[in-house]
Design a protein around this ligand. Structure first.
Ligand SMILES: Cc1ncc(COP(=O)(O)O)c(C=O)c1O
Length: 420
């Protein structure tokens, strides 16, 4: 591989490491020297079934030899219907219409377009710390860090920001935080975006890029009630939290609420780009035919990979594994927290876990960076997140075993020693 070519890459990309990866298998990545790394980033939550799961690889190989692309405005194809069949088994049954696209941001854009046409209203409510993508609309809906919007102004108008119930950051208990967030949302609907102008409220059921925050129980139910009261559509952005990640197929299922629209991507196809909008069929007649679409969405190869991924998630009970391994991970991190004053908070749901670093009550980005760098040197890849970059996020493939979590915790414990 010619490293000289690196100079021609756009520097707009940031890079966690300089690893030149050659292949992946299960939870491991291997570089060109054969060195292995535990990939606890899952490519930012994508490789849910691990790298190159044999059943997914087989499905892609077989499909590539049959039909790579069948354009959906032009024809139908078999993998499309296989995928819809698999989605029907895991997506809440009330969401009985599906639209396919290629990336998370594209799905969010489509969901908002649907909400606007279906309600005839213009405004969108998002939450503080949200990440919904990097396109022109979705960056305006993203409030996790200014870097995603700086010098791209003016942004799309009509987007209003309500507080996410982030108890640790506010320094309050969960009940107080929940009451505050809901009250502020109601105030926003009174003071800034009138309900009859508000098309949708879009929420990450577990906040992702904004810090891996699990909201207090009752939050999603309260949003559902507010939406029902005002005819506002509730959109769940399950792009990072979906497909078994949190121990259920979708994070909204922990609170047993059903959104009106749900967007999915990342873990849906083990790495082949595809995303999906699921919505209530009653919205159909208000989404004008031909007013949304795209060339590549629902291509045969990606559909085959997604159908195989969902089959693996169901067949190997990976959501159940995420729940059990997630508990092991949180218990292990909490044990380590006892000996590390700068590790201020440990939280998570399933295999979406956070270790937040603070010092003197202030976000400690340096600690998160030092620890994630030290972990990478020892062969454990971990990403950071949060507005202040002070959260180490744990997002391993859902196939991770007890031994592998144990090994990752040992490496993390050793990385934490760099702080002293
Ligand atoms: C919750 C959430 N929504 C949307 C997106 C955007 O997805 P994509 O990068 O595929 O456009 C992401 C990506 O990190 C995400 O985590």
């Amino acid at each position: 591989m010619n490293q000289e070519m690196k100079q021609y890459l756009s520097p707009v990309w940031t890079h966690l490491t300089e690893i030149l990866v050659e292949r992946g298998e299960g939870i491991y990545l291997y570089d060109t020297n054969g060195k292995s790394y535990m990939d606890f980033t899952s490519g930012i939550g994508v490789t849910s079934t691990g790298h190159c799961h044999p059943k997914v690889v087989e499905a892609i190989r077989e499909q590539a030899g049959q039909l790579i692309f069948g354009q959906l405005n032009t024809v139908y194809h078999k993998p499309l219907f296989e995928l819809i069949g698999q989605l029907r088994r895991v997506v809440p049954p009330e969401l009985d219409r599906f639209f396919l696209a290629n990336s998370g941001a594209e799905a969010v854009e489509g969901a908002v377009k649907l909400a606007k046409q279906a309600t005839g209203r213009t405004n969108i409510v998002v939450f503080q710390g949200s990440f919904h993508g990097r396109t022109h609309l979705t960056m305006a809906m993203t409030t996790s860090k200014t870097v995603y919007r700086t010098r791209y102004q003016p942004l799309v108008a009509g987007i209003f920001v309500a507080p996410y119930p982030y108890a640790y950051r506010y320094g309050w208990d969960e009940e107080t935080t929940l009451a505050f967030s809901i009250e502020e949302l109601k105030r926003l609907l009174k003071s800034q975006s009138a309900p009859d102008e508000t098309a949708c409220i879009i929420v990450e059921p577990v906040l992702g890029e904004g810090g891996y925050v699990v909201p207090p129980s009752g939050f999603l139910k309260a949003l559902r009630e507010i939406c029902d009261q005002h005819g506002v559509l509730l959109i769940a952005d399950e792009i990072q939290s979906g497909f078994g990640r949190t121990g259920r197929y979708f994070a909204v299922q922990h609170e047993e609420i059903v959104p009106d629209i749900m967007v999915m991507a990342k873990g849906i196809a083990s790495g082949v780009p595809i995303s999906c909008i699921a919505y209530r069929g009653k919205l159909d007649d208000r989404w004008l035919r031909g007013s949304h679409g795209g060339t590549f969405g629902g291509n045969a190869l990606a559909c085959a990979a997604a159908a195989a991924t969902i089959r693996v998630i169901r067949g190997e009970k990976l959501a159940e594994n995420a729940a059990v391994r997630g508990k092991q991970l949180l218990n292990g991190l909490r044990r380590l927290q006892k000996d590390c004053r700068r590790l201020g908070d440990v939280r998570g749901l399933g295999l979406m876990a956070a270790a937040e670093f603070s010092q003197n009550g202030k976000p400690d980005e340096e600690a998160a960076k030092t620890v994630s760098r030290a972990a990478a040197e020892q062969g454990l890849l971990l990403l950071t997140c949060g507005t202040y970059g002070n959260v180490v996020r744990w997002i391993p493939p859902l196939i991770v075993t007890e031994e592998q979590i144990g090994e990752a915790l040992r490496l993390f414990a050793s990385a934490l020693k760099r702080l002293y």
